[in-house]
Write a protein that binds this ligand. Structure first.
Ligand code: NAD
Length: 412
């Protein structure tokens, strides 16, 4: 296993792009550190009457292009270096897809599965009590991430309203529809990913009906698989945490979803071959879609990957060393900061609807999202061709250049 420090990797990616851009030292120095880190202790009255104190924080990385923007995760192993990297990557992603946001990320060190619903609500509200002066529709706009839900976002918006005396749904995105959430948000990340798949497959000159393997069958992976099949791709393999299935002739995604609902797993689906999660990544397919965890593709298995095109739907599924191997082998890796940016682009559409108080239909939202994805693809492809580099570096060059322009325009 490779030893991975996410923030170090992020800074390496920044340096690679800065070198091509011949970025001034002052701007590079600004981008090497988050602008601010909020760290709070959150006392919560537990159901048994005791008080327990949790640690929470928010990394506000860069706001040159607009308010900080990024998710909040509730996880027992929240690691500061990782959250700093994720906040930096959000700054990049928002600049790649060209929404007027900076980047941020945060969370609480907690295993939410060990809390009652009441405890979880009190924890979420108390976190907002402690940070509400440092967030806001034009300051910092959180959203759901690992183990946080639309319901938690609703409690947070309500708490913010109590403290400020104003109901401002634009302070947080990823809300339930009843509280100003956006139509189309649920499928947005998978939908945006398939728009990138269609464009990249065509640029890579893959034949019609190219085969696709998707690792991870959660929110992102299941919408991606369904929409890819609808777009004429042959989805031949799927997996979840319990293992995967493979059918060289193709899968009927709706039927597989029904089977998973009934049995709780993909494994054993009639007419398919069971494969391990590791093997799924190495199947003889045209397109591989990691849509589950980070660091799934490392230096060792990168040598065995047979796909011609990788669409990164998870955040950080490929390690920097694996990236080098894949690039050398001529495999195109379309990076997470482009492929899964449909999620945050639709969060932006949610925010604009909240600010204007005028709401769009699902069709209107997805039409606007399609335009954002097409534009992002076109711009990254142009940089990739201009600099004859890989797609990740191209996306970083595009984004860092946009952020640097905003820093210069505002003045240091
Ligand atoms: P999810 O929890 O709904 O789904 C994750 C899926 O991965 C589950 O089906 C789980 O069983 C499966 N899984 C777990 N371990 C696995 C393994 N070893 N091999 C294969 N599958 C495994 O999460 P999600 O919202 O679909 O997010 C997936 C990834 O996409 C994450 O990296 C997330 O950060 C990223 N992402 C999500 C969004 C979004 O809008 N939901 C936006 C951008 C990026």
């Amino acid at each position: 296993m490779e030893k991975i420090n996410s923030f170090k990797s992020a800074m390496q990616q920044l340096d690679n792009a800065a070198k091509v851009l011949k970025l001034d030292k002052e701007i590079l120095a600004i981008l090497r550190q988050p602008k601010r880190i909020l760290s709070v202790s959150i006392p919560v009255r537990m159901d048994n009457g005791e008080i327990k104190v949790f640690q929470g924080f928010r990394v506000q990385y860069n706001d040159a292009r607009g308010p900080f923007k990024g998710g909040l995760r509730f996880h027992p192993q929240v690691d500061m270096d990782e959250v700093k990297a994720l906040a930096f990557w959000m700054s990049i992603k928002n600049a790649v897809v060209d929404v007027p946001y900076g980047g941020g990320k945060g969370g609480i060190i907690v295993d939410p599965k060990k809390l009652s619903k009441g405890e979880l609500e009190r924890l979420s509200r108390k976190f907002i009590d402690l940070i509400y002066k440092d967030i806001g529709p034009h300051v910092d706009v959180p959203a759901p991430d690992v183990n946080t839900t639309p319901e938690i976002m609703a409690w947070m918006v309500d708490e913010y309203a109590k403290l400020t005396g104003r109901f401002e749904p634009a302070v947080i995105t990823g809300k339930p529809l009843s509280m100003g959430g956006s139509q189309g948000r649920e499928e947005a990340t998978g939908f945006g990913g398939v728009e990138i798949l269609k464009a990249a497959a065509s640029a890579r000159k893959l034949k019609r009906g190219a085969s696709v393997a998707v690792s991870g069958f959660g929110n992102v992976g299941s919408f991606f698989a369904r929409l890819a099949a609808k777009a004429g791709f042959k989805v031949v393999a799927l997996s979840d945490s319990k293992g995967g299935i493979y059918a060289p002739k193709g899968l009927n995604i709706e039927k597989v979803e029904e089977y998973k609902k009934q049995t709780g797993a993909l494994k054993g689906y009639p007419g398919t071959i069971d494969v391990t999660n590791e093997k799924l990544l190495e199947l003889p397919v045209d397109v591989l879609v990691p849509a589950a965890l980070e660091n799934q593709i490392q230096k060792n298995n990168a040598k065995r990957i047979k796909a011609k095109l990788i669409i990164e739907m998870a955040n950080g599924p490929t390690t920097p060393k694996a990236d080098v191997v894949l690039h050398r082998r001529g495999i195109w890796v379309i990076p997470d900061v482009l492929s899964n940016s449909g999620g945050v682009a639709t969060s932006y559409l949610e925010w604009t609807q909240n600010l204007s108080g005028y709401y769009w239909s699902r069709e209107e939202v997805l039409k606007k999202l399609t335009a954002y994805m097409a534009n992002a693809w076109k711009n990254v492809l142009a940089v990739q061709r201009q600099h004859k580099t890989d797609f990740r570096n191209a996306a970083f060059i595009l984004a860092i250049n946009r952020i640097a322009e905003a820093i210069r325009a505002r003045g240091v």
